[in-house]
Design a protein around this ligand. Sequence first.
Ligand code: FAD
Ligand code: SF4
Length: 629
Amino acid sequence: MDSSSKSNFSRPIAAPSPTRRAALKASAIAGIAAHLGRSAAKADDSLPILNRTRPCNSPLNAQAANDYCQSLAPFGGRLSNDIRELFLQTQRPDDLHYSVIVIGSGYGASICAARISQALNPNHRIAILERGREWTPGSFPDTFAHITKSTRQQMMGPGKGQIINPLGLFNLSFNDEINVLSGSALGGTSTINANVALRPHPETFQCGWPSAIRDIETLTPYYDMAARQLSLSRTPLDMVPKIQKRRITAEILNSNPDNYDRSPVAVMYDHRYLDDQMRNQHGMIQRACTQCGNCITGCNVGAKNTLVYNYLPVAKWNGTDMFTQVQVDRIEKRSGYYTLRLTYVDDSEGKITRHPLTINSRVVVLSAGSMGSSEILLNSQQDGFVFSPMLGKRWSANGDVVGFVLKTPDATNVGGLSTCEPDCRWPIGSTVQSTLNFFDRPGIENKYIVQEAAIPRGVANLFSILLRDKYLDHSMVMLGMGHDEGRGEIVWKDGRYQISWPNLKNSEYRQMMFREFDNIASVEGKKYKRLKAFGNNLVTVHPLGGCAMADTPDCGVVNDLGQVFDGKCGGFANKTGQPAVHHGLFVADGAVIPTALGANPYLTICAVSERIAAHFINNPNFADLFARV
Ligand SMILES: Cc1cc2nc3c(=O)[nH]c(=O)nc-3n(C[C@H](O)[C@H](O)[C@H](O)COP(=O)(O)OP(=O)(O)OC[C@H]3O[C@@H](n4cnc5c(N)ncnc54)[C@H](O)[C@@H]3O)c2cc1C
Ligand code: SF4
């Protein structure tokens, strides 16, 4: 094993000297104040901002990049293909370029591409089209300046919300009541998520889900398949001291000890899943987690099991072409196939240029995420290509609520100082390590969870100012997830798609979560705090719905197998009276989830997508695609 990959979480590291601190403080405050649009003079002098304004030049970053390229050496060191292949294919517009095209590369997309390519007859071709870049591990942003540069939308001012950087990693949708953060990259939001893999309470599926999935047991084998592929584990008990402290909090709040547990996460904590060459079950070289706490701005160590380390390599080994920087604008229905209208975003000469393209495929799987898949279908509505009137509706924020506790008596260590830099004083841990659930309350609407999160290095300075906590070692960040009513709708407003959900901010659900945050804070002898700096809007990182699954087209957009309902004639076939579907058009991602899950959603998105892929492969109407020659 390479010694540099060993985690040094148990090593206490001295705090920086006062003179060094002063120098770092001055430069960091100036940088942050400039970004916040304030003068440096106004920033609080008493805050010693650590060395977080410069990129962390740890050798681990370079090692992660090398590992990635070495793992993918048979493909030229990358997963993505040369875009010129796509240009050449579009020379003859009526050709059937691919048998299957998958739009997006998040959980739903990667699973469908992996499973379909494994079963596909070699005479047929499959491709992924992803609008974001391929980010090499080691290159993810870890300073505030790099994070703001990597955001797709303008963050402030009159143009707030407009896309100014189409290849940015952080996709932020600003809306009246709730803002939405998701990832835009090969690997989808797995690149910037906290990787917690939870199964929801079984009661979740009993209302609002298609009848075939109302029993969680239907999904259990698919949950298990995904858990195996993602190599889930739990933070070892001796790694992060606060895991034990939160158990005490949980015990004070709850009588049931089963309500608190370490969360399953897709993180390489040790070498259990790696062979003696550090390769995982999919042939990708990975390293052990350094406990740096930066998971949600991208893992630069190669320890987080994002999709580029598992499902996407499986798809690649089985012949899937992967084109990045390609945005699908809309789909047109032809006789027996679909035409996709695309925009290739080229940045190769230091400036952005856009190239329109078209490509044809017999089967299209939309997996562009809750907002992305819904928007593509909304753009595609026209005579002859009609969807359910529920398109864009039944959108849920998964009951996400964020709260803070300030000046906790015990150390919390939530600031992503990163164990790879000299200022590090203690392990932060991966973003989330444990979950407190309130599943023993009666009624699904009262079942929710609360997790404690870490703040990544790149925004740690900002939060230490906002929370007035020098080292971010006496604050708590609480993430609540529960059952909102899913009454959001994706609508066209002011030249872009937005979420409309009147009065969400004042909902009874939100008040209930605030009361629970207060209870938790009171165990620490404090009150919870909302950060007014971000306004009163809710923020979600778990958008769900928009193409909800249902038994019939009057309730949803796809059936339980992800097939898109044909909205013509009220959505029912004339002869059989059964719901009619667009043959060969599927949605498989967070867009199909019809209700809030009250738990981190990606494992459920995985299970549902595994099931959609399995049924597609066994569908007799597509038998010729999978028959072996
Ligand atoms: C900060 C953060 C932390 C999170 N932590 C967790 C967690 O701990 N546990 C958990 O379960 N969930 C977490 N999530 C949410 C989780 O990652 C998402 O629910 C999940 O990734 C959604 O999967 P998906 O397949 O629906 O789409 P995504 O993973 O969002 O992928 C969609 C992809 O489609 C691409 N795309 C969109 N539109 C187009 C288009 N028109 N053309 C081409 N490509 C397009 C996007 O660029 C993106 O790559 C977190 C999210 C964030 C932002
Ligand atoms: S804490 Fe997260 S970002 Fe840091 S090494 Fe571990 S998995 Fe990667």
